[in-house]
Design a binder for this molecule. Structure first.
Ligand code: SDX
Length: 429
């Protein structure tokens, strides 16, 4: 605990404790502010507000640093695999070889979903957005797995966590297959997590599916990059939903819903659509001008970040992965990549973007890579949700296990009408 801070409200001065973490900004603990001053803090969008203590992910936005349980994202992405990151997220340490083998075995054997989920899917229109299907089907898991919805039971919490991590790829692949009118493909236990997902998406009953190891490695890396990101909008949604005691499947469904927004996880789909709309490098300047025009709501999707005021470290790794995938495909001159590189080059030199510290974020390159791998744009955020599920679950578990945890219930600054009496309808003007 560092020195206290003082604040004066309506002439009354009070002292508020300042708490320090292991790294990163201190926090002023305002828990007693209202009781001692009768005033609330006011911070819409939570630009200066820490909502919790956490040991999972650390971001230094000025330095472009991202650590999962203290390990740099660059090292985890280059040297590990996604299920290793999942183990690290859930248990706080990198697994031993035996722990990794056991964890992989257990996740693999939770990848099937209750077969009645197939009938659940047939209620959707084929052209439903896959994220709409994911919001519904993830929430529906709580209608099938009653033996892992008691959040007070540690063993049930762990089973629910394994089920969520394991079943998200299966549901995602089912959403994709359903949208293209192809039969669902069941998971295979002899495949690794990401290869299993690729096969469930792209295999057809008529022939054996050959997994491209470059694609599997690239997608596994993309999953690692998207696994967690401290208290972003969808993670905060999961924590708030969980604070009421809602079951984990319902909380993750709430996270999926929040992630869908174009300002958040929907930006990868929006960024690719923007690149496709720009179409050619010679049209980039006019779109940069639109993004700078205060009277034009257009924003460069895939640019800017609430926390990163430097290059998003995930975007750098993503850019490298994009080139690897395109090289594998022999697509050295993908027009979308040319547009993206031109856009990045211009934006990073433009005074507007420099002054506002707007850099490419993880969504800027991910869409190009996923499109090159054959995913339709409306599946991009679904893949983000598959990866982020482990972060949501780890943060949810951390919140549930926090002895000081209580239901989240913010207050407000009321600016509506003062008290007034009802007027009968016949007496209204
Ligand atoms: C993700 O939080 C996370 O960690 C999220 C995420 C994760 O892993 O969970 O990292 C994933 O969501 C990445 C972000 C994806 N979103 C986009 O790419 C959409 C485009 N970017 C934005 O709309 C915006 O940058 C946000 C939403 C990401 C951040 O918005 P902030 O922090 O609330 O900043 P702001 O909207 O107040 O913008 C500050 C200024 C504004 O100008 P002024 O009003 O000060 O004059 O910068 C401008 C904005 O107009 N601005 C942009 C811009 N983003 C911000 N101008 C043009 N293009 C943009 N992309």
């Amino acid at each position: 605990m560092s020195a206290a801070s003082t604040i004066t409200v309506d002439g009354k001065q009070i002292s508020l404790p300042v708490k320090s973490g292991t790294i990163g900004p201190d926090v002023v603990d305002i828990g007693k502010l209202y009781a001692q001053t009768g005033a609330f803090t006011f911070d819409p969008g939570f630009t200066s507000t820490a909502s919790c203590e956490s040991r999972i992910t650390y971001i230094d936005g000025d330095e472009g640093v991202l650590l999962y349980r203290g390990y740099p994202i660059e090292q985890l992405a280059e040297q590990g695999d996604f299920l290793e990151t999942c183990y690290l997220m859930l248990f706080g340490e990198l697994p031993t070889p035996g722990q990794k083998a056991d964890f992989d075995y257990r996740v693999t054997r939770h990848t099937m979903v209750h077969d009645q989920m197939n009938r659940f899917f047939t209620g959707f229109r084929r052209d439903a957005h896959p994220m709409a299907v994911m919001v519904a089907s993830v929430g529906a898991l709580s209608a099938f797995y009653h033996d892992s919805t008691d959040i007070t039971d540690e063993s049930q919490r762990m089973i629910a966590s394994m089920r969520m991590i394991a079943k998200m790829p299966t549901l995602a692949a089912m959403a994709y297959k359903y949208s293209i009118g192809q039969p669902f493909v069941y998971p295979k236990n002899d495949l690794d997590y990401t290869s299993n997902f690729l096969r469930m998406c792209y295999a057809v009953p008529c022939e054996e599916y050959q997994i491209n190891p470059i694609f599997a490695k690239a997608l596994d890396k993309i999953f690692i990059l998207h696994a967690d990101h401290e208290q972003n909008a969808s993670t905060s949604t999961v924590r708030l939903a969980g604070s009421s005691g809602a079951n984990p499947f319902a909380c993750i469904a709430a996270g999926v819903a929040c992630l869908w927004g174009p300002a958040h996880g929907g930006a990868n789909e929006a960024a690719l659509k923007m690149l496709m709309e720009i179409g050619t490098p010679d049209r980039v300047d006019q779109y940069v001008a639109k993004a700078k025009d205060k009277n034009d709501p257009f924003r460069l999707m895939g640019f800017g970040h609430r926390v990163y005021k430097n290059y998003d470290p995930r975007a750098r790794i993503m850019q490298k992965t994009t080139h690897e995938v395109l090289k594998e495909l022999g697509k050295h001159d993908d027009p979308l990549l040319e547009v993206a590189m031109k856009l990045e080059e211009i934006a990073l030199k433009d005074e507007y973007f420099i002054e506002k510290k707007l850099y490419p974020n993880i969504d800027f390159y991910s869409g190009i890579t996923l499109k090159a791998m054959g995913f339709p744009t409306d599946m991009f955020t679904v893949l983000f949700a598959v990866a982020r599920t482990v972060g949501w679950i780890a943060q949810w578990a951390e919140m549930i296990e926090d002895p000081s945890q209580k239901i989240g219930r913010p207050r407000q600054l009321y600016v509506g009408p003062t008290k007034r009496d009802y007027v009968g309808i016949n007496d209204r003007g």
